[in-house]
Ligand binder design. Sequence first.
Ligand code: NAI
Length: 261
Amino acid sequence: MDKRYGDKVVMITGAASGFGALAARKFADEGARLGLSDVNGDGLAEVAGGLRAEGVEVVSDVVDVSDEAQVAAHVGRIAETFGTVHVALNNAGIGHDVAPLQFLTTGDFDRMMNVNVKGVFLGMKYQIPLMQQHGQGAILNVASAAGLVGAGHLSLYAAAKHAVVGITRAAADENATRGIRVNAICPSFSATPMVEDMADQVGGRAGLSRAQAFAHIASRVPMARVSAPEEVVQAMLWICAPENSFMTGQAIAIDGGLTAV
Ligand code: NAI
């Protein structure tokens, strides 16, 4: 049977860990060639090396998504190697200390905007011209449920992720007649290293174990659990798929019902 992403070139940022690493594996399983990047060189080498050892074609570069020259060079290398980018998953992102706004710093603000917003902007700035040349493409920006609703104690993260939803909608509008779909995915809590760190931080303060902290987080979710990363990555594969051809400009919540109530 033909694979859904056979011969497609899929670029994934933040590919060393969590959603990005799992997405690299799943897109590869569906036949994709990959352009992978992360600021964590060791983690990236492990993910990319494992896939190459199985015969997957991978271009990998250590890239800070907030550095324009690095992003431009990476997209250029993918284009030189594979000809274009068909699918871009702008996934790299970071959180901040879980705390009320008044305890956060301008350093926190700058980090949130640089990585979570500028990173997505720069990714699209270099992906879109390539996709326009070929008259096709699918971009999926990883926002968050905190990009759709207020998220107490995560105010700067929420501000950054709302911005990701906004830039996604604008880019979708600009490219709607050029064969390029641009969407955002808005997961709630999923058991990736980022959220494990968060659970340890909040749980540690309250004297809770990681499992207890996860249970506390899950108590706010109608499905009463956090997601497995696989459940989010499966949605990513569907949103970007060629057969999902009429969806653009959307911010899709994968959140166990969190933003529905
Ligand atoms: P993670 O921490 O496991 O993975 C994030 C990856 O991004 C790491 O490999 C990290 O090295 C990389 N990264 C960080 N800063 C970077 C930079 N400046 N340049 C390049 N790479 C950088 O976290 P996770 O959960 O997989 O996060 C992926 C995305 O999903 C993020 O945008 C996050 O905000 C978002 N998200 C995660 C949720 C969750 O529950 N895990 C919920 C909602 C959104």
